[in-house]
Design a protein around this ligand. Structure first.
Ligand SMILES: NC(=O)c1ccc[n+]([C@@H]2O[C@H](COP(=O)([O-])OP(=O)(O)OC[C@H]3O[C@@H](n4cnc5c(N)ncnc54)[C@H](OP(=O)(O)O)[C@@H]3O)[C@@H](O)[C@H]2O)c1
Length: 265
């Protein structure tokens, strides 16, 4: 029986996303390095990205699928069909987990052999430090045991959030594009503080920990974000002055519009 101690996980494509996932799994000790395999286009680069971590590089997708029980499809979305075509039959009987944006269950039903067990997800890069989000399409063909195994392993490095097919894109946008917005906010806060005389490195440290702490506080308490804002705005105080200025500049509207623009693409 497959479990977290014996499952072999392979990444087809070992770029930013796959490396973030592998790093998070290893950091959280969800699996041992020897349980992880990867293949990519450039062999020497792949060796450099896998061997120092104790992972196994594979020459091609066929070697990888042959060695693994759970295969993570982590190439660019436009390459998925071509890369999986030669291993289509081998993948029947494995657990296939896609991280490719815009490739839901229905797309894989066209690509994979009938009856292949597969799940479409959208993870985000903070998984590399064990603080990720993986939005998962509720419609999948994993067995209960396979789904439990996936949650057991990847849930150690990320919050696993099942969503309806129609919501997969927007959930992925929020969690997957959000880190860029959050990083811009951190940078902007630090720029403001540097302008006022705080050293740059200290400003980034303070801003980042403030974002981490605020997110953790919201998750731990479930408090409405508006109430969290109110809680630090004392009457006639300083925070409300900043809040009013952000409102005047359309801060929240700009973020909402950014999400709308992404979804319009
Ligand atoms: N980055 C994110 O934040 C993020 C978030 C959510 C979902 N995703 C999804 O994750 C997937 C990968 O994105 P990424 O940002 O990690 O891209 P990336 O950094 O460009 O990595 C792509 C990987 O695919 C490999 N590759 C290219 N052609 C291949 C082939 N024929 N056979 C096997 N491997 C091949 C590349 O190998 P070489 O390095 O040797 O060229 C590279 O390792 C995409 O589908 C994307 O939608 C990414």
């Amino acid at each position: 029986m497959l479990d977290a101690k014996n499952v072999k996980i392979g990444f087809i494509g070992f770029g930013n996303m796959a490396q973030a996932m592998a790093a998070g799994l290893l950091l959280r000790q969800a699996v041992r390095p020897g349980q992880l395999y990867a293949c990519a286009k450039n062999w020497e680069k792949l060796r450099g990205n896998t061997e120092p971590r104790g992972m196994h590089p594979c020459r091609d997708a066929a070697e990888l699928v042959n060695s693994c029980d759970l295969v993570v499809v982590a190439v660019k979305p436009y390459l998925v069909a071509d890369v999986l075509a030669p291993v289509k039959e081998q993948l029947a009987g494995k657990i296939v987990v896609s991280v490719a944006a815009g490739k839901p269950f229905a797309a894989y039903e066209e690509i994979l052999a009938p009856g292949t067990h597969h799940l479409s997800t959208v993870p985000n890069t903070p998984i590399s430090v064990g603080e990720g989000v993986i939005a998962c399409e509720s419609r999948h063909s994993l067995s209960e045991e396979e789904w439990a195994l996936f949650c057991d392993i990847f849930g150690k490095a990320a919050l696993i959030v099942p969503v309806d097919t129609a919501q997969l894109s927007i959930a992925g946008t929020l969690a997957g594009c959000g880190p860029a917005f959050a990083a811009m906010f951190i940078e902007a806060l630090a720029d403001g503080a540097v302008k006022q005389g705080l050293p740059r490195a200290l400003a980034y440290q303070l801003a980042s920990q403030m974002v981490v702490g605020t997110g953790k506080l919201q998750l731990a308490t479930g408090t409405h974000p508006g109430a969290m804002k109110d809680a630090v705005c004392s009457p006639g105080g300083t925070t409300i002055v900043g809040v009013a200025e952000l409102e005047r500049r359309g801060f929240r509207g700009a973020v909402i519009d950014a999400i709308d623009e992404i979804e319009r693409r």
